[in-house]
Ligand binder design. Structure first.
Ligand code: B4P
Length: 194
């Protein structure tokens, strides 16, 4: 089994690149953003709680997100591996994921961190907001998300760096060029199936 974390600030392209990666390597995609948006659209109690945070550009509480992930991993016991997209986003989430995977006798093998300058992030998120109907479609919420990223999520990169698993990737090249760079790192662990 091969498990990858795709890491980066809001709008760095985690969702975009995850799609390409799971198709190329036949991995399971776990996006906490997608899972939360699904809960919101179905008006579940979890979704109603999560929406309060998401609409303000804040992270959803750790216990909510960690509970969701555990069930999702159990759904596909025969997976070739997982791409964790947008998770972990806090150090407690990273520690919980390590414990969960250890219990399942596996681990995170590689963390690829997309590095994109802030003005480009804002531009992309405004562009996505114009068509997606997502709540982070204005500069005030985007600024809050980036602040939240620096205070709570950036320490996750330090955590994986301490464990020798982090690779930094230039993320402001074109989508295909960025993908090519990502595959160079993944190919050291796993061969493409397509
Ligand atoms: P997410 O759904 O994870 O998404 P994101 O960070 O906004 O964007 P991503 O990096 O995936 O960028 P994308 O590919 O779309 O988070 C949403 C919210 O959910 C969070 O704010 C939080 O409240 C909550 N949440 C999620 N996970 C959580 C957790 N673990 N704990 C707590 N809360 C959690 O790319 C953005 C745009 O750029 C797109 O339009 C794309 O087409 C474009 N783009 C991508 N790559 C490009 C490139 N190379 N060049 C030009 N454009 C590019």
């Amino acid at each position: 089994m091969f498990n990858l974390v795709l890491f980066g600030p809001p709008g760095s392209g985690k969702g975009t690149q995850s799609e390409n990666i799971v198709n190329t390597y036949n991995l399971q995609h776990i996006s906490t953003g997608d899972l939360l948006r699904d809960e919101v659209s179905r008006h579940t109690p979890l979704g109603t709680e999560a929406k309060k945070y998401m609409d303000q550009g804040l992270l959803v509480p750790d216990e909510v997100v960690i509970g969701m992930i555990s069930g999702k991993i159990d759904d596909t016991p025969d997976a070739r591996g997982f791409v964790f997209d947008g998770f972990p986003r806090t150090r407690p989430q990273a520690e919980a994921l390590d414990k969960l995977l250890e219990f399942k006798q596996t681990q995170i093998h590689l963390v690829l961190a997309l590095d994109v300058p802030e003005p480009e992030l804002v531009k992309r998120l405004l562009g996505r907001g114009a068509t997606s109907g997502r709540s982070d479609d204005n500069e005030e919420i985007i600024a809050k998300r980036i602040k939240e990223y620096h205070s709570k999520t950036q320490p996750v990169a330090d955590y994986y760096n301490e464990h020798g698993k982090l690779e930094n990737i230039v993320g402001d090249h074109s989508i295909p060029d960025t993908f090519k760079t990502l595959t160079k790192h993944i190919n050291k662990y796993l061969l493409p199936v397509t």
